[in-house]
Design a protein around this ligand. Structure first.
Ligand code: ADP
Length: 239
């Protein structure tokens, strides 16, 4: 298979990201395992603590690899969609339930507000769940304890729009335009278990595009953010 120069460039860029993102968890796994081997009399508690850290880092690496693979396949359109008629508000409620433990851990209330008689959209349920899940995951991650998140679903001009609004840390005007870029993270250069690796929104955008949809965001630093996706309604939808 011959690659054009843009694709080659893209592959080199992806490879550079993989190396960069895997270096730090690998180094820490190496450090903890060496420390355990160097000290055979290490206490059971200490050993368990180190092994838990190693497990955390291994999980992080698994997420890096899976997110990068997914983002690449979606961006380059190398995924096949399994399309069906979907009630977006109903799907949003299911996803909120899936994240309910995460939300209650931070005492964050998540509501879904939707208009009546919304037309269904034709979409891939798994990919749609992934996109909405990424937006909700971010909202939970970047909203402090006791905050509020509202998911609004409404129809307008032949499209259905889902918006995830939070009253979290917000994003400055400067940064807002860049957050959709692959591997862009606001104010952090290194990966950690809490922050993601800057692929979540790139994945959301690719999924929206594959469905003929659009994405956007509004935010005020210190006040909160709204991230939205619109999907076209198929002809004859809503029946
Ligand atoms: P990450 O995996 O780092 O969360 P994303 O692509 O999902 O990557 O988001 C990119 C960046 O956008 C994040 O690092 C974060 O700085 C910012 N961001 C995304 N969603 C929100 C939000 N709801 N509130 C504040 N900042 C956000």
């Amino acid at each position: 298979m011959l690659l054009d120069s843009d694709e080659k460039e893209g592959n080199i860029h992806d490879l550079a990201i993989v190396c960069h993102e895997l270096r730090s968890p690998l180094t820490s796994i190496q450090g903890f395992v060496e420390a355990m081997l160097d000290d055979p009399s290490m206490s059971f508690e200490q050993r368990t603590r180190y092994l838990t850290l190693v497990l955390d880092q291994a999980r992080l690496m698994a997420r890096v690899v899976s997110d990068l693979g997914d983002e690449y396949l979606l961006r380059t359109g190398r995924v096949s969609l399994s399309l069906e008629s979907i009630d977006l508000a109903g799907l949003a409620r299911t996803i909120v339930e899936q994240f309910s433990i995460k939300a209650s851990e931070k005492s964050i209330i998540v509501d879904v507000v939707s208009g009546d008689g919304l037309p269904p959209i034709i979409a891939d349920r798994y990919r749609l769940s992934q996109a909405i899940g990424n937006l909700l995951d971010n909202a939970l991650r970047y909203t402090p304890e006791g905050g509020n998140i509202v998911i609004t679903v409404n129809a307008n001009n032949g499209s259905v729009r889902i918006a995830v609004s939070d009253n979290g840390i917000g994003i400055s005007e400067d940064e807002l335009g860049k957050v959709w870029e692959q591997s862009y993270r606001v104010k952090t250069k290194s990966i950690s278990a809490k922050k993601g690796m800057g692929l979540g929104l790139a994945i959301v955008r690719s999924i929206a595009a594959l469905h003929g949809g659009e994405t956007g965001a509004e935010s005020v630093l210190g006040k909160g953010s709204t991230f939205w996706i619109t999907f076209p309604v198929c002809q004859g939808g809503g029946k």
